[in-house]
Design a protein around this ligand. Structure first.
Ligand SMILES: [Zn+2]
Ligand SMILES: [Zn+2]
Length: 101
C-alpha cells in the first residue's frame, strides 16, 4: 500500500489511473508489485540406493571408457504421459548416463 506524498491519504488504482483518494494527486509511477515467483529447478539425477548388481546388463557402449556392457534400468519421470528415462551404468568405470526415448 502506498500513501500520497502531499496529504498522506491512501493511493488507489481506479480504471488504470493511480491517484490519491484524498486530494486527487496523481501518481505517475506504478506501485510496487511484490513478486514471489519461485522457480523450481530440480533437475532429477536419479540416485539408485538399491544394489546396482540386481539390474540386467545390456550391451551398450559406455560413453566414457568405451566398455560395451552396462547395467540398465528405467525410471518413470513425473507424470505417466512422459516417456520413461533409460539409465545405464557402465560395469567397468561406473559411469552413469541416461537416455530419453
Ligand atoms: Zn493526496
Ligand atoms: Zn565406462
Amino acid at each position: 500500500m502506498e500513501f500520497c506524498e502531499k496529504c498522506g491519504s491512501v493511493i488507489a488504482i481506479e480504471e488504470g489511473k493511480i491517484a490519491c483518494v484524498g486530494c486527487g494527486h496523481k501518481v505517475k509511477k506504478k506501485p510496487k508489485i511484490e513478486s514471489s515467483e519461485k522457480i523450481d529447478k530440480k533437475e532429477g539425477v536419479a540416485i539408485v540406493n538399491e544394489e546396482i548388481s540386481t539390474y540386467p546388463i545390456v550391451q551398450i557402449d559406455c560413453t566414457k571408457c568405451g566398455n560395451k556392457k552396462a547395467y540398465f534400468w528405467t525410471i518413470q519421470t513425473r507424470s505417466a504421459d512422459e516417456s520413461e528415462t533409460k539409465f545405464y551404468k557402465c560395469t567397468k568405470c561406473n559411469h552413469t548416463w541416461r537416455k530419453y526415448r
